[in-house]
Design a protein around this ligand. Structure first.
Ligand code: GLC
Length: 662
């Protein structure tokens, strides 16, 4: 089929810039093949003829991120692509790489991290995984869409260095995967809607980042089609009956030239042509069971052991009773709500049901599902059962009604009933284990010291309890690590409960978001960025830093598994400059490695650092700038568990430098 712009009338070109309906692109009265766009980041959420299709509910992106494994992110993408091929979706509207600025954000479960390196690296391989199967993606939400509160009106106001070093950085990395589309966000950025922000869409995304695909809007994000086309947005989604008139009027009055219309329509035709070409490689390669097994594989590596006092976990094969309490263990949330909520026909299995197949018959005892049940049933929680059990497992967390698109959480503590339940149980049984099913940070400070173990399941999709049970029984050695800080309380976070005004959210903390913030202000946290325990113990040693160039280094170190079990360890490399001409975070993640280390053996890990790893965006020089001087290298098991420390000297040529009085 000839996708030449010359085959189209002016009206057809203008209509090409608008969606044909909620999910389809315009087909120029059959002159063009029609394209179907579908959500989402946690699995295919396809609405066809008004009916949501079943698909594999994969672990949410927040969980995929906790694997710290780019290849598992790729597997995630390729698995979802299989569902897309089977159901006929051409573009998957994912991944979201927005930075988790506040734990209140209702869509944090759809995003990777508070850190742009993780978000960019895993977003990139997710896109590659999807597109290797011939399905397109939509990197979203471009940009600075970091809360749901008032998202259609509230302008994200941030300085250029913060924008570039934190909020654009993951997009720049993910664009390397050549996503078919980028989706602009709803919100204004510094007072101009993202959908008509030419500096962002054209100057930064297209010209600086080299994005050569098609820019689509978020659904309903365009205020005026003419202004958006002028800013180089290509497609207004979804269909809006005002769009054509706005474009036609702008053309007639000269605001939009024919060249500009042809350029925008050309990008849409490129997308359609790319889609047609890609159909040739599309092949359903996985059975539903294989997709489920991929979901389980990822989920197992996402489970994060936050606390394990006295080695309570894994559960001992001692024949003692395991009492299981709490709604989340039974009606386990698979993900958050909104456009990312996947409908699966995979049977929901409770943690108790799975555990019964893994530990001796009769050990599993099912207790009340929630404090509400107990209160409603008018009887105090059967504390005798709790006291009698060898261990008690309490399932807590949020749900797809609490964490969802379109609104933020009001608090990060659990319901008082739930907190009381945990404390009451722990008071009669010290061997209490809490399993948390939530898509973003939870304030555990009221009860964390009462319990011996805390396992963060998060939103693990349809395989959630198979993965959790596998870790609880020791079948899987946990290796997940946090990609967002768990603060002691909401008040300790950079924004607290401040949602800004209905018209503006000022990013006053600048680049100091997430661990960068807590480190700068030396704030204690509940669990730091990068934290996650194992059933094994690891020791780090023999740090060397080899200088390969003016600002090129190879950081190498040993990790020894001092235990009797094989296990995986995620080590992290941070860089910091104590004396700088601008305020800088104490340390910033610049590399990481995930290694399987056999029992009582040692691996030598090497992480390369390049010039840009030492840089920040200098607004005066209008570029990424690496200052000469001494930098500290931190190797850690988390951002706060630094095991090795070194320093390097960056010695770039005179002409690259501004003067320093340091
Ligand atoms: C929603 C979301 C976006 C989604 C789109 C289509 O409002 O913001 O992430 O892909 O609309 O459902």
């Amino acid at each position: 089929m000839d996708y030449s712009i010359n085959n189209l009338t002016l009206e057809e070109k203008l209509r090409l810039l608008c969606g044909a309906d909620t999910w389809h692109l315009y087909d120029a009265n059959g002159k063009l093949p029609q394209m179907f766009l579908s959500d989402g980041p946690n699995g295919l959420r396809m609405v066809k003829d008004g009916k949501t299709q079943n698909a594999t509910a994969m672990p949410a992106i927040e969980a995929v991120a906790r694997t710290w494994d780019p290849e598992l992110a790729r597997l995630d993408g390729s698995t979802i692509a299989d569902d897309c091929i089977e159901k006929g979706a051409d573009v998957l509207l994912a991944p979201g790489v927005n930075i988790k600025r506040t734990p209140l954000c209702g869509r944090n479960f759809e995003y990777f991290s508070e850190d742009p390196l993780i978000a960019g690296e895993l977003g990139k391989t997710f896109i590659e995984g999807v597109q290797e199967k011939g399905i397109g993606t939509s990197l979203k939400h471009f940009c600075a869409n970091n809360s749901e509160y008032d998202r259609l009106y509230q302008s994200s106001d941030l300085d250029e260095r913060t924008m570039r070093d934190i909020y654009l950085s993951a997009f720049k990395k993910a664009v390397e995967a050549k996503p078919w589309t980028v989706m602009c966000s709803y919100n204004p950025v510094n007072g101009v809607y993202a959908s008509e922000n030419r500096w962002l869409l054209n100057d930064v995304l297209r010209e600086e980042f080299g994005f050569d695909g098609t820019i689509i809007s978020d659904w309903g994000a365009v205020i005026n089609s003419a202004r958006s086309a002028k800013a180089t947005l290509d497609i207004r989604m979804a269909y809006d009956d005002r769009a054509f008139g706005e474009l036609k009027k702008a053309y007639d009055n000269g605001y939009l030239t024919e060249d500009e219309i042809n350029e925008r329509a050309g990008k849409v035709l490129e997308l359609i042509a790319r889609n047609e070409e890609a159909k040739a490689i599309r092949k359903v390669e996985l059975t539903k069971e294989q997709r489920h097994n991929n979901a389980l594989k990822i989920a197992k590596e996402a489970v994060t052991l936050l606390k394990n006092e006295g080695g309570l976990l894994p559960l001992k094969d001692d024949g003692s009773k395991v009492l299981m309490i709490g709604e989340s263990l039974y009606n386990t949330p698979m993900g958050g709500g909104g456009s990312a909520l996947v409908q699966t026909d995979y049977p929901r299995v409770s943690l108790a049901a799975v555990m019964r197949n893994k530990i001796a018959e009769g050990r599993v005892v099912e207790g009340p599902r929630s404090y509400h049940d107990v209160a409603i049933m008018g009887r105090r929680m059967d504390m005798a059962a709790a006291a009698d059990a060898g261990t008690v497992i309490i399932g807590v967390g949020e749900t797809s009604f609490v964490e969802a698109e379109g609104y933020d959480r009001e608090k990060i503590r659990l319901h008082t009933f739930t907190e009381n339940l945990i404390k009451d149980i722990a008071a009669v049984n010290p061997n209490t284990i809490v399993v948390v099913y939530a898509g973003s940070a939870v304030d555990m400070s009221r009860w964390i010291n009462d319990v011996k173990a805390v396992v963060l399941a998060g939103y693990l999709g349809e395989a959630a309890n198979e993965a959790v049970a596998s870790v609880l029984t020791g079948e899987t050695v946990p290796c997940g690590k946090l990609t967002e800080t768990y603060p002691l309380c909401l008040e300790d976070t950079p924004t607290g409960d401040d949602k800004g005004t209905p018209f503006c959210s000022e990013y006053k903390e600048g680049v100091f978001v997430g661990y960068r913030y807590y480190d700068k202000y030396n704030k204690e946290v509940l669990f730091p960025f990068g934290h996650g325990l194992s059933y094994a113990e690891f020791s780090y040693s023999d740090l060397t830093v080899e200088k390969k160039g003016d600002a090129e280094f190879v950081v190498s170190y040993n990790i020894t598994n001092d235990s009797d079990i094989d296990a995986k360890e995620i080590s992290q490399v941070y860089v910091g400059k104590r004396f700088s001409m601008v305020p800088r975070p104490i340390r910033e993640l610049k590399g990481f490695s995930k290694d399987l280390i056999k029992a009582h053996s040692t691996v030598r890990v090497s992480v390369e650092l390049h010039c840009d790893d030492f840089a920040y965006y200098n607004v005066s020089l209008r570029r990424r700038y690496t200052e000469n001087g001494e930098y500290r290298i931190y190797v850690g098991a988390s951002s706060r568990d630094i095991r090795l420390e070194g320093k390097v000297d960056v010695t770039l040529p005179f002409e690259t430098q501004a003067s320093q009085r340091i």
